[in-house]
Design a protein around this ligand. Structure first.
Ligand code: XIL
Length: 312
């Protein structure tokens, strides 16, 4: 994938979430990761609960290891994520001074990786279309209101001026109130001069209803281009129930949009093999364990792999 995508007239990066444990333990996983992808997103190792387990105590070993692997294999690191309402250490949830906590976290973590990662997901999953303002009323919002978002981006820019800064969201590939709210938010951020460079559209397809027509996705990519924003497909996976033909069509259709739209920088999947990853974690999606990714549990490429190659 990587060889073909980087040889396109306008090269596109092909990315995957990578987990540190199989990267160390499983040589076959490591080989495919280094060969097929030129963008790496740490699946969990840079989330707040892992990097700042206690206040002011940082744990960067796994994140550093992933950065070193990426560098050794010519991959860009898309770091994930600074501000989210999940994957938080308990102390952070109960801290009374949320604004200080958020800004200190960004400064320390983005500062630690500055110069070694290409991009950051600064704010992850801020939208909730069920609220009248379209925003998730998470702990950061409760402490600061919508202002937590611009403040997070400004802090990230200050801590790592060279990094490309993203807001990352799910379900915004589809039309409807969630997309409308996202568009309104990022338009306002741009109008206010907030240092946001792009939007990650996760593209998880967990259920049939998540299978967005590529043309809807394309319209959204173009709408963001008109605002001067880059886009990345950040976390694609397609729960298939064994329908590998459908799965191949979904992956290839979205990849083709990213290939064609000048502001789409990266086509990224949320892991690459059914052997590991979020949809293989029993308990999370128990009805569809481990069938969402382009390589099977034996690390053999599925139809999705050849379908994507054919688009490049
Ligand atoms: C998931 C990981 O894949 C799992 O291993 C973990 O248990 C929970 O988080 N949206 C995101 C990702 O932005 O960080 C999530 O990753 C999947 C949904």
């Amino acid at each position: 994938l990587r060889a073909k995508a980087s040889a396109l007239p306008r090269p596109v990066r092909v990315g995957s979430a990578i987990a540190s444990t199989p990267l160390v333990d499983d040589a076959a996983y490591r080989t495919i990761a280094g060969r097929e992808f030129d963008a790496l997103t740490p699946e969990n190792d840079m989330k707040p609960e892992f990097v700042q387990p206690s206040r002011g105590v940082f744990a960067f070993a796994e994140g550093d290891m992933l950065v070193d692997f990426a560098r050794a294999n010519g991959m860009a690191v898309h770091a994930h994520t600074l501000v989210w309402f999940e994957a938080l250490p308990t102390w952070m949830r109960s801290a009374p001074d949320k604004k200080t906590v958020m800004l200190d976290h960004i400064k320390a973590v983005a500062g630690h990786f500055a110069g070694r990662v290409a991009e950051w997901d600064v704010v992850n999953e801020p939208m909730n279309e069920d609220n009248s303002d379209g925003l998730e009323h998470n702990l950061w919002y409760q402490a600061m209101g919508v202002a937590y978002i611009p403040q997070a981006f400004r802090a990230a820019r200050a801590a790592d001026p060279a990094a490309t800064l993203y807001l990352n969201e799910y379900g915004v590939e589809q039309s409807g109130p969630r997309w409308d709210a996202l568009y309104k938010l990022v338009k306002q951020l741009k109008a206010d001069g907030v240092p946001i460079d792009g939007v990650g559209m996760q593209n998880h397809e967990y259920e049939k209803g998540d299978r967005t027509p590529p043309e809807t996705f394309r319209k959204h990519v173009q709408a963001l281009a008109a605002l001067g924003l880059k886009v990345r497909v950040s976390e694609m996976d397609v729960v298939s129930g064994g329908d590998t033909t459908m799965q191949a069509k979904e992956f290839a259709g979205k990849l083709a949009v990213c290939r064609d739209e000048p502001n789409c920088t990266t086509f990224g999947m949320w892991g690459f093999t059914d052997r590991y990853g979020s949809t293989a974690d029993i308990g999370q999606y128990p009805l569809a364990v481990g069938d969402a990714l382009p390589w099977d549990q034996n690390l053999k490429p599925k139809k999705a792999y050849s379908a994507m190659l054919a688009e490049l």
